[in-house]
Design a protein around this ligand. Structure first.
Ligand code: 2IT
Length: 448
């Protein structure tokens, strides 16, 4: 049996009941075939693949908290510290009811490769809780964050592990988490978290970074085909921080976003999501209602309940900005039938492996999330730099550095593909490029 198949099988045996984690392990390891062929002996001797799929540690803890009526609840907290070969663990915290160990491990595994692609010294980690922030009061969120940090603080630090936000964790939550950390440790080490407010060590452009970065990466992909964003139509899903940033940049560059979605369905705005409509997304998020229909109610466009735009609306580019596995095989088939040429994945692993394979076989150009959404964590890395030098960079400096990083990710992918004599396959190229740096660092540091 091949080295890759051996490791995939052993990982499946060791991790029953972890479908999301196994999905990413299969997808990534399978695409590393050319790298393994080139260096199998040294990779095997150093147990690189075996170590790559086994987190350094997985921390699971109880998070009790009291609601406004005085009733106690218990949630589960996680921090998966996956790989710190190239830098301290780095990755977001997700507060969402469907969080479990499999989801945390898939996200932390992906984060390791993504962070490597940014070119910044950051290892891979992820954390969060099955806590549902929807409909909670500010005081409840504060109490939950304080309780969560009561355990987490002993596992993190500016040179150890640096969490940030993800779904359900934005500027407000990071503020409470930092307040708790500071109180518990008695030290003003604000490099311990990123996504902070500007008054206590946050970076300009961090809120915009994931959406801006995704759009900058797409520019590179389109330029490779001799095309640009100007005049193109876009279907996005979600209406949170990521869809907001992407809508801002796409409309600035002359593209038109025609759909957004929420748990309740999707909106179709043929006139384009632009100007004050984009600003309204922030209000929708702050309301905590988690409803995209609020947009069509306000601006009088179409609302389609219970569905996603995939395969229902024709556009030049699809950009999922919501959740893992939102594009399934039936969506992929409908997308090919509609003739949508490009999928720019923004949410982490939005496409099932079956759908991904179908899209690629049928000529859809797929840009993978670990490259496309790396701008978020990249600007987190720049926030860490600013905290270390105790400085605040201008928005222009952060934005132009971000743009350079996204350009460089595309270049690394193209270089990795040419090293192995492969065609323009961004999915394989991102895995190969991300893997190389982490594997080199692991080999250099010995088996640990
Ligand atoms: O998925 C991601 O890359 C993030 N949620 C951002 C992580 C970070 O540390 O900024």
């Amino acid at each position: 049996m091949s080295y890759i198949s051996e490791v995939i099988e052993a990982t499946a045996r060791k991790n029953p009941g972890e479908p999301e984690f196994m999905q990413t392990v299969k997808e990534v390891l399978t695409s590393l075939e050319p790298a393994v062929r080139a260096k199998e002996k040294v990779l095997r001797e150093n147990c690189i693949l075996e170590r790559m799929v086994e987190p350094d540690r997985q921390i699971i803890f109880r998070v009790p908290w009291q609601d406004d009526k005085g009733v106690w609840h218990v949630n589960r907290g996680f921090r998966v510290q996956f790989n710190n070969a190239i830098g301290p663990y780095k990755g977001g915290l997700r507060f969402q009811p469907n969080v479990n160990l499999s989801v945390m491990k898939f996200l932390a595994f992906e984060q390791t490769f993504k962070n490597s692609l940014t070119g910044l010294p950051m290892g891979g980690g992820k954390g969060g809780s099955d806590f549902d922030p929807a409909g909670k009061s500010d005081a409840e969120i504060m109490r939950f964050c304080y309780s969560f940090m009561t355990e987490l603080y002993r596992h993190i630090g500016p040179s150890v592990d640096v969490p940030a936000g993800d779904m359900g964790v934005g500027g407000r939550e990071i503020g409470y988490l930092y307040g708790a950390y500071k109180k518990l440790t008695g030290v003003y080490d604000n490099g311990v978290l990123t996504g902070k407010g500007l008054s206590f060590g946050g970076s300009l452009i961090r809120p915009e970074a994931t959406g801006f970065g995704a759009t900058y990466f797409l520019e590179e992909v389109l330029a490779h085909r001799g095309e640009s964003i100007e005049g193109k139509t876009f279907c996005l899903s979600g209406f949170g921080n990521v869809a907001w940033g992407a809508s801002l940049k796409i409309s600035e560059l002359g593209g038109k976003v025609i759909t957004l979605s929420g748990p309740d369905g999707y909106i179709l705005d043929e006139d384009g999501v632009k100007g004050e409509k984009i600003a309204y997304l922030l209000e929708m998020r702050e309301s905590g209602r988690n409803r995209v229909q609020d947009y069509s109610d306000k601006f009088g466009c179409t609302f389609v309940p219970g569905k996603k735009p995939w395969g229902n609306v024709k556009a030049d580019i699809y950009m999922p900005c919501a959740m893992q596995n939102e594009i399934r095989i039936e969506d992929a088939k409908a997308m090919v039938a509609l003739g949508v040429p490009v999928l720019n994945e923004v949410s982490n692993m939005p496409t099932t492996n079956e759908a991904l394979e179908y899209l690629q076989k049928n000529g859809v150009l797929v840009a993978p999330s670990k490259a496309v959404n790396a701008g978020g964590v990249a600007v987190s890395g720049l926030e860490m730099s600013q905290n270390s030098e105790r400085m605040l960079w201008s928005a222009e400096k952060v934005d132009s550095t971000l743009r350079g990083i996204m350009k460089n990710i595309h270049k690394q992918i193209v270089d990795a593909l040419s090293e192995y004599g492969m065609d323009y396959d961004l999915v394989a190229g991102a895995n190969l490029a991300g893997f190389k740096k982490v594997a080199d660092a692991m080999i250099a540091q010995g088996v640990n």
